[in-house]
Ligand binder design. Sequence first.
Ligand code: ZN
Length: 259
Amino acid sequence: MESVPGWLFFLVAAVAGLELGGLATIFIQRWIDERPIFRPGRSVCPSCRHTLSWRETIPVVSFFMLRGRCRHCDTPIGGQYMLVELSCLAWSLALAHHFGPGLTWGVYLILGCLLVAGSFIDFETFMLPDRITLGGAVLALGAGIILPEPGWRDSVAGAACGGAFFWLLQRAYRLWRDEEGLGTGDVKLMVMIGAMTGLTGLPLTILAAAATSGLACVVYMLRPGAKGLKTRIPFGPFLSLGCMFYVLYGQQVLGWLNL
Ligand SMILES: [Zn+2]
């Protein structure tokens, strides 16, 4: 695919990112509302249940056209969905810049959009759908076999160790505090993420997740009206962020650290 002009590839990457972002918002909405995921059907306004036309569901564009409100009941809608679409767009362009046209871009684009969708669901419900974590794990292991990086051995080892490590953490926390600290969703998510980063990338990914979630905890606790140490934040989004950061810049960072 050397012959594809750069600008054309970036255009394709932008459209693909926005479209996948649009699909991700449909998945998020239906999963949270417990509606069938794959049945054809239009999106509805979460407040007045009015069916949205296709013109009201174009990624990002619709949000600005409607000024972020439902045309019928004037409730603000779509803010977080636009954030999902923009995240997928940014991810697609960053991958395109980093890997150029090819299979790696396509595969990581899909995996990253799954992580984005999972993160938003985790933020809203403190749950991670199996379709994302286990489906993503199968896809990531498949990718580990066909893509040159991180190589299938590292990918399988990463999936096994990521899952096992978080399973042990979950058990240990339960024994220590007699309550759930980490969800089973996080354990399954780590199988997927381990397969993506490989065993080599796992420590850096978890470190980045711990650092960013620690920072977020502090910001959360200092917020007016916060419940101090009782504040609960989901860990899945930070693991996803760490993983996506590693996919783009992990090798570089490991290079700087001489590892
Ligand atoms: Zn409405």
